[in-house]
Each structure stands twice: as C-alpha cells, then as structure tokens.
Ligand binder design. Sequence first.
Ligand SMILES: Cc1cc2nc3c(=O)[nH]c(=O)nc-3n(C[C@H](O)[C@H](O)[C@H](O)COP(=O)(O)O)c2cc1C
Length: 354
Amino acid sequence: MWTDTKFTRLLGLDLPIVQGPFGGKVSSIELTSIVSNLGGLGSYGCQPFYSNEIIEITNEIRKNTNKPFNLNLWVNDKDEHIEDFDQNAFETIIQLFQPYFEQVGVEPPTFPLPESPSFENQIEAIFDVKPHVFSFVYGIPSEDILEKCRQLQIKTVGTATTLDEAIAIENAGVDAIVASGFDAGGHRVSFLDKAEESLVGTFSLIPQVVDHVKIPVIAAGGIADSRGVKAAFALGADAVQIGTAFLATQQSGTSNIHREKLFSKDARYTTLTKIFTGRLSRGIKNKLTEELKDFQTNLAPYPLQGKIVGKLGAYPANTESNPELKSFWAGQAAPLLKYHHVKELIDNIIEEMK
Ligand SMILES: Cc1cc2nc3c(=O)[nH]c(=O)nc-3n(C[C@H](O)[C@H](O)[C@H](O)COP(=O)(O)O)c2cc1C
C-alpha cells in the first residue's frame, strides 16, 4: 500500500502527502485544515508572524481540524552583515528602485526599515501551542530547542537542499527531512553553503538523501500530480511535499491574480531571483525580475529587501497589485497545474496511485 510509509507511521497519517508551508502570508487556515482533514499533513508558514499571532492562527486551525498539522519557521531570520546596512547603502538601493516608485506613484520607504519577527520570539509560540509537527528551513535549531520539542512530543522536520544538509539534519536528531530540489517554488532554503552553490534538482537529490539517512525523507520540488508522486516514491521517498499545486487552489491564501498567473502560459517561465526578499527564490518572470536581473548583488539583506519592494506592492504575495512588479512564487512544475480545489487535487492523486 503506497500510503504505508515510515513517514505516515511516524505521524499516524492516512496519506504521505504534505501540503508545503507558505511564508509571506499566503498560507491559510482553510487549506491547512482541509489537507489535514483529508488525511495528509496540512502546514502553515509562520515566518511573517509574531508569537501572539502564531498562537491565534493555531487556535483557528484547531477549530477546523483535530488531525495532525505542521507549523513552519525560518531558523535564520536575518542575513549576515545586516548591521552594516546603513543609510548610505539604503539610499543606493532606493535609487535603483526610484523609477518603479515613480511608476506606481508611491513614496519610497524611509530609513530605518521596520523590524520583523525573530525566530527566538516565534519559537516560544511553538512551545506554547505544541503542534504535532514543527518544520523549519534555513538551518537547524539549537540542541536545546530540539530537546524541548522532544519533551513536548512535537515531531521535527528539517529541510535540506543538498546531501550534506540532510546528513547534518539527521545528525542533529531531527525526526524527518524535506529534501527540496531546485525545481521548487519559493525560497532556496540552503544553510551550509550559498543557495546559488546548492542548486540540486529533485531527481538527483532524493535518491542521494535516501541512500545516506535513516529517518523519513519527504520529496519536494516539481511534484504537481500523481506522476510526480510515483517518481518520488520510485526514488525512495517516504512522502511528498507539494507547494505550487496547493498554492494554486482557491483555498490557499494567495491573491487571485497570482492564481491566474499560475494557470497561465507565463508559469512556463520561472526564474531564481533575489529581487523580492534579498534571498534566492523561484517565481514567475516579470518586468521587475528581468529588468533588475543584473543587480542581484546590489540588494538589501533579508528581511529588509522585502520591505523596499513591498512598497511597490510586490510583496507580500497575498495583495492584489501591479503584476509587473509583483512576486509570483511558482515552481517549475507549474505548467502541469490542473486543479482549483484542494480536494480535487488530493482525490486525483489518490485515484491515480491505486
Ligand atoms: C509561495 C511559497 C511560499 C513558500 N514558503 C515556504 C516557507 O515559508 N517555509 C517552507 O518550509 N517552505 C516554503 N515554501 C516551499 C513549499 O513549502 C514546498 O516545499 C515547495 O513549494 C515544493 O515545491 P513545488 O512548489 O515545486 O511543489 C514556499 C513555497 C511557495 C511556492
């Protein structure tokens, strides 16, 4: 039976299907709860939220499901050398974006840029609400945090973009690994080397990781229908994490304009860009990604870059604004998308896996 795997046994799930968490405020309570109610693992991306908001979100999820669900955080919440980003560096970037601010007719942001929630603050909410699963990207939490999760019976899931990262995650005592190929939509969440130096495709990554670790491996990146699920299982995965295909459904928290883009021909053309947040991520090409292609090294560090392009309506993705300046996260499998409702997507995978 394809549903009986190390991963489904670990969590007591009916289906080895994880709905990928979405940061940037495009997760939704509805999507998370429906996926969990259907027997998979619904996830909620808590990256943009303070701990009090994470507690409220979790209470809402619990009103809608009593099945296991996953809360997700970004361990490394600031780029290196962020302290060196001063008024001068800020002014240089504002100059680069000035024509776009004029085009939209908005004033650029002013220095200093507002604060963002810290991982240190967010993890307290995880301890407080005790989700069944806590997944994370951009690093591995400290030994103390992982030990506390064990005491609280929270299962942990780390994310690897290379074999070395997968081995480091297993050695830290984490319960399962998402192995994320560079086909995936959203950020490249590498933590041992630069993301640009860690671009391994899903088909290459999964079997390497499976050969070297004992804990369950969840394949992510480029899986949008049952063919992708079958391929991932053939490569030895214990589950799949699907992002873009869930993001495209009516139940996700993204904008309608983003959903339309995902189902359009434009979704054939994705690119890896730092323009939207300062960190490398995959989205659909547009005027902003293409005109500023050569300026990838002249941007503000994460999370400050997002606050600059955010003024253009580029970010977060859940707002309806100028499509030529907006972040439209999408994976390379986006041209395969068919389903507008989460239940149709899951039912179709179940049917074709029989
Ligand atoms: C809009 C968007 C936001 C994402 N945000 C996160 C996040 O905050 N944390 C995370 O672990 N993964 C995040 N991901 C990755 C997904 O959870 C998933 O692993 C990935 O989309 C799988 O590849 P696919 O898009 O080809 O299906 C994001 C993906 C997208 C498309």
